[in-house]
Design a protein around this ligand. Structure first.
Ligand SMILES: Nc1ncnc2c1ncn2[C@@H]1O[C@H](COP(=O)(O)OP(=O)(O)OP(=O)(O)O)[C@@H](O)[C@H]1O
Ligand SMILES: [Mg+2]
Length: 445
């Protein structure tokens, strides 16, 4: 039986091994096993909130339960995808056109999840690293409990220097901004004075998408949401090869450079660990539209460093998405980060886009606000005082501060958005549609 293994590092510390072996012709095991040294450390760093137990004893027992669902991949609902990695790891993988591109560079099947993690293991989101592991027979026998008489290691190739994993379905590149240009990291010899950037490229079917996303981030900021730093830049400054079909573009056509909050840090690796709510909830990327914002808020509420302030920020982001018609704030578009490796913090908001500008968004949200009662259709309800009372009531949280947060946010939006929209570099029709969308929420409507 052939076993492939990757050692998983969190920062500079090895925390365990992710391995793969075929259990039978239609069952592939993808399993993470934590190292004893990490599992029994009472001061251990956070790999994922989904892997957190209440106290050191419970934590050590949690890591030892290697058969549990959190540590094992599930079978995808899409037959062509096969067996997925454990949800935390599957969510680290590139998606969309970037996945196709990396699979091509690696010469592997785009659905070979394990190989894609191995290919991008040097540059994954957050501060996790995956490197080929050579395990001794003893180490193998310890982590593989079934049919372990005929185990043999297969060699996993080293990660590729220029393969960077970022999730999300839009065409994008991970690059460095250096001296006013945006370059592939491998081309850079001097790493000073650079900033890590996700370059979100123009998309043929969505005219002016980078300009629209830039506007949307500015709208959200004007309404009081903390948002990522981003800037529009002409494609002629992007000195990185890509193979995307960008439609009818020239050197002046712009892309959106989004500065990363998990890089350029004052840590041993220069990275800050982070994860998204699909990882935190133990949900596979393909189920990123499941669950609801109340569940996300409930997690925030149980973490002392997040608490009510984070829930208020979440509510602001929901309101802003409602007002501009952003139906895409799914579990992977909300995250947490761990600047000191231990304490969760809500990073700035990203991937906020007023899709109403394209005229096809009705009134949807990516997730339900609250879980639907059995058999009841969960229709879209704006964040009214009654709805906010219900939401806060279910969290056992005071409703008044939440409501004043939202009222202030809406006031700021109605005060500032028309001017920002008027100045934006998008078409008049796009502007009119966003204004029409927000007018539906004007008090008294
Ligand atoms: N500023 C940032 N710093 C660090 N990570 C980021 C940042 N912005 C986005 N990300 C990560 O990159 C992923 C992809 O980015 P983004 O959501 O903007 O792309 P997308 O392709 O538009 O996504 P979607 O599939 O939701 O449409 C996010 O899910 C998040 O994990
Ligand atoms: Mg996204």
């Amino acid at each position: 039986m052939n076993v492939k293994a990757l050692e998983i590092m969190l920062g500079t510390r090895r925390v365990g091994v992710l391995f793969q072996y075929p259990l039978s012709h239609d069952h592939t095991v993808n399993r993470f096993v934590a190292d004893d040294d990490f599992a029994s450390d009472p001061q251990q760093e956070i790999l994922s909130l989904s892997y957190k137990a209440g106290d050191p004893q419970a934590q050590a027992a949690f890591w030892r339960a290697i058969g549990s669902a959190q540590f094992n991949g599930s079978l995808s609902s899409d037959a062509k995808r096969g067996w997925l990695l454990p949800a935390f790891f599957q969510n680290l993988l590139p998606e969309g056109p970037l996945r196709t591109r990396i699979a091509q560079m690696r010469g592997c099947d785009p659905e070979d999840q394990f190989e894609l993690l191995a290919a991008t293991g040097k540059d994954l989101p957050g501060d996790v690293h995956a490197m080929p592991a050579e395990l001794s027979r003893d180490a193998l026998a310890r982590i593989i409990t079934q049919n372990n008489d005929a185990l043999e290691m297969s060699v996993v190739a080293a990660p590729m220097e220029d393969a960077i994993s970022v999730s999300g379905v839009q065409a994008k590149l991970a690059v460095l901004k250096a001296g006013g240009r945006f370059v592939a990291s491998t081309k850079l010899t001097d790493e000073h004075q650079v900033r890590h950037v996700i370059a979100k490229l123009p998309v043929a079917n969505y005219p002016h998408l980078p300009e629209l996303e830039d506007l949307s981030l500015r709208l959200a900021r004007a309404a009081g949401v903390r948002v990522v730093d981003a800037e529009l830049a002409p494609l002629e400054l992007l000195a990185a090869e890509h193979h995307y079909d960008l439609g009818d573009v020239d050197g002046q056509t712009r892309f959106l450079a989004v500065f990363r909050y998990d890089r350029d840090a004052d840590t041993a690796t220069g990275r800050v660990h982070c994860e998204d709510f699909a990882q935190i909830m133990g949900v596979q990327p393909e189920a990123k539209y499941t669950l609801d914002y109340l569940t996300v808020a409930a997690v925030m509420q149980t973490v002392p460093s997040l608490g009510e302030a984070a829930v208020h920020e979440l509510l602001r982001r929901i309101l802003v998405s409602d007002l501009m018609g952003n139906p895409d704030m799914h579990l992977k578009n909300i995250g947490l980060r761990y600047p000191d490796a231990m304490t969760p913090e809500l990073p700035p908001a990203y991937d906020i886009v007023a899709y109403s500008a394209y005229g096809f968004v009705k009134s949807g949200r990516a997730l339900h606000l609250m879980p639907p009662a059995p058999g009841v259709h969960n229709a879209f309800k704006p964040l009214s005082p009654v709805v906010v009372r219900d939401f806060c009531g279910r969290l056992g949280m005071p409703e008044k501060p939440a409501w004043s947060t939202l009222r202030r946010c809406a006031e700021q939006a109605f005060d500032t958005w028309p001017a920002l929209i008027a100045q934006a570099d998008i078409t008049e029709l796009m502007k009119a549609r966003i204004l029409e969308r927000m007018a539906r929420f004007r008090p008294g409507k």
